[in-house]
Design a protein around this ligand. Structure first.
Ligand code: UTP
Length: 211
């Protein structure tokens, strides 16, 4: 068993200090962790660059996947952790911290995290994002937003449904949410590293629990 972390590319690139804090905290917690890194701005920039050379949609997704793996590999070197590019549906975790990235064109790293949580029998995914948690409305469009302590997968789905294009942004990908719902996996959306320990100890967290 392991706990899975979906380390959003936005967290990785916007919060370098917190990323160091995250890996140092994980080393102190008595649990194995599988960390799936997102692509972040390098994926979006590279997808746009490749789009200008008329690559197909599938190839553009592959560009995104390769960026997620660069991030995973770099983090594995930075924090002396394991790195793998195994299919998340078959992944096994033996080391304290293992890093990986995306897998199939058209998925997101949230989807990989959901499949990996199933294959490692994890009951939780920590979705590290630059947002504090999930709001009742899109914070980029509205000022009067309310942070939710909890939200159901069904309610989240109504907030996030739409077409999937390379490099698009989700709070938590709807396909990943469906896998989690079907397998009773909870998702903790947070930007606070301390929420991982707090959740594992059954304490109140700053972010949002999707269940
Ligand atoms: P993500 O969207 O998963 O990365 O992958 P991200 O940067 O973490 O996203 P944010 O920052 O949390 O929003 C980037 C792109 O790579 C492709 C998709 O095009 C995706 O939008 N990708 C990633 C795949 O096609 N398959 C995967 O398994 C993972």
């Amino acid at each position: 068993m392991a706990a899975v972390i979906s380390l959003g590319g936005s967290f990785l690139f916007d919060k370098k200090k917190d990323t160091s804090l995250l890996f140092n905290e994980l080393k102190k917690i008595n649990e194995k962790f599988l960390v799936i890194t997102g692509g972040g701005p390098i994926a979006r920039d590279y997808i746009n660059f490749a789009r200008d050379f008329s690559l197909s949609e599938k190839e553009l997704h592959t560009v995104g996947i390769k960026c997620t793996h660069i991030n995973a590999w770099v983090m594995s070197k930075a924090f002396k952790a394991d790195y793998t590019d195994t299919d998340p549906r078959k992944i096994k975790v033996n080391k304290k911290i293992t890093l990986t990235g995306g897998y199939l064109p058209g998925w997101t790293t949230d989807t990989c995290a959901a499949y990996a949580a199933v294959s490692t029998h994890s009951k939780v995914i920590f979705n590290m994002s630059k947002e504090v948690g999930v709001y009742d409305k899109d914070p980029r469009k509205f000022d009067d937003v309310k942070l939710l302590k909890e939200i159901s997968f069904d309610k989240l789905y109504t907030l996030t449904k739409g077409k999937r294009v390379p490099g698009m942004n989700f709070i938590f990908d709807p396909l990943a949410a469906k896998i989690c719902k079907n397998n009773n996996i909870e998702v903790v959306v947070t930007n606070a590293v301390k929420d991982i320990q707090r959740y594992l100890e059954g304490k109140e967290i700053n972010g949002t629990i999707i269940r």
